[in-house]
Design a binder for this molecule. Structure first.
Ligand SMILES: Nc1ncnc2c1ncn2[C@@H]1O[C@H](COP(=O)(O)OP(=O)(O)OP(=O)(O)O)[C@@H](O)[C@H]1O
Ligand SMILES: [Mg+2]
Length: 214
């Protein structure tokens, strides 16, 4: 699978013939230097973006054959995503941000689940705060709570500990691997954090848009 974009009229290859198989229940770290294509790869794997060449399948369905609505339906209730830039909704409280996907998925107990998820990331006392009233690390933890609140089968996270101190980061890492162990949640993590990459069962390295031989 490859991804090309046009940058000021010049074609730019961001991902070049990347071939990757990820099994259900696996934990995988995607590592590599800044600009190597990690975020692009994560968005493609999650069906948030499409490759310009090649195929991507998610949960047995070919993403490239589906339109945007069908891809969204495939993601709903199955995929959790933590963005590098969090992407919290500014006009909604922490609780509302976390509740939203569960509500959209039609879960009756969305509020209870959301407050439990925020409790688990140590933000039980910040439910009514708006993103602008939260620190960077707190926003990152809200984004994590939102991603796992609906108990997704696959959790994609882009630098999930990037804004956290060592102790808070370690707690979040424990939480992710507890989900992997107890519920079989597939973890696909982009990280510069060596201790997080080490915890994953498998690591792949991107370099200039290419996957390095293991
Ligand atoms: N839409 C786009 N148009 C043009 N170039 C892009 C686009 N998206 C990404 N790029 C370029 O593709 C490369 C890979 O970007 P990507 O965000 O995937 O890197 P990354 O490995 O996640 O980096 P970081 O560790 O800094 O987050 C970068 O050089 C970036 O400038
Ligand atoms: Mg990135």
């Amino acid at each position: 699978m490859s991804k090309q974009v046009s940058s000021g009229g010049t074609p730019l290859t961001i991902l070049d013939a990347v071939d990757l198989d990820i099994a259900a229940g696996e934990s995988l770290a995607i590592v590599g230097s800044s600009g190597s294509g990690k975020t692009t790869l994560l968005s493609l794997l999650a069906g948030l973006d499409l490759p310009t060449r090649g195929e991507i399948s998610l949960a047995g369905a070919s993403l490239t054959a589906l339109d945007e609505d069908a891809r969204a339906a495939l993601r709903a209730g199955r995929v959790g995503f933590v963005f590098q830039s969090f992407q919290l909704l500014a006009g909604f409280t922490a609780l509302e941000n976390v509740m939203l996907p569960a509500e959209l998925a039609g879960l009756a107990d969305a509020r209870t689940r959301a407050s439990a998820a925020l409790e688990r990331v140590g933000l039980g006392a910040r439910l009514e705060h708006y993103p602008a009233q939260l620190s960077g690390g707190e926003q990152q933890r809200v984004a994590l709570a939102r991603a796992f609140c609906g108990e997704p089968a696959i959790l994609f996270a882009d630098e999930p500990t990037g804004n956290l101190d060592t102790a808070t980061g370690a707690r979040i890492i424990d939480l992710l691997f507890e989900m992997n162990r107890a519920r079989g949640t597939t973890l696909i993590l982009v990280t510069h954090d060596a201790s997080l990459a080490e915890r994953c069962a498998r690591r792949v390295t991107l370099s200039g848009g290419r996957l390095q031989a293991p």
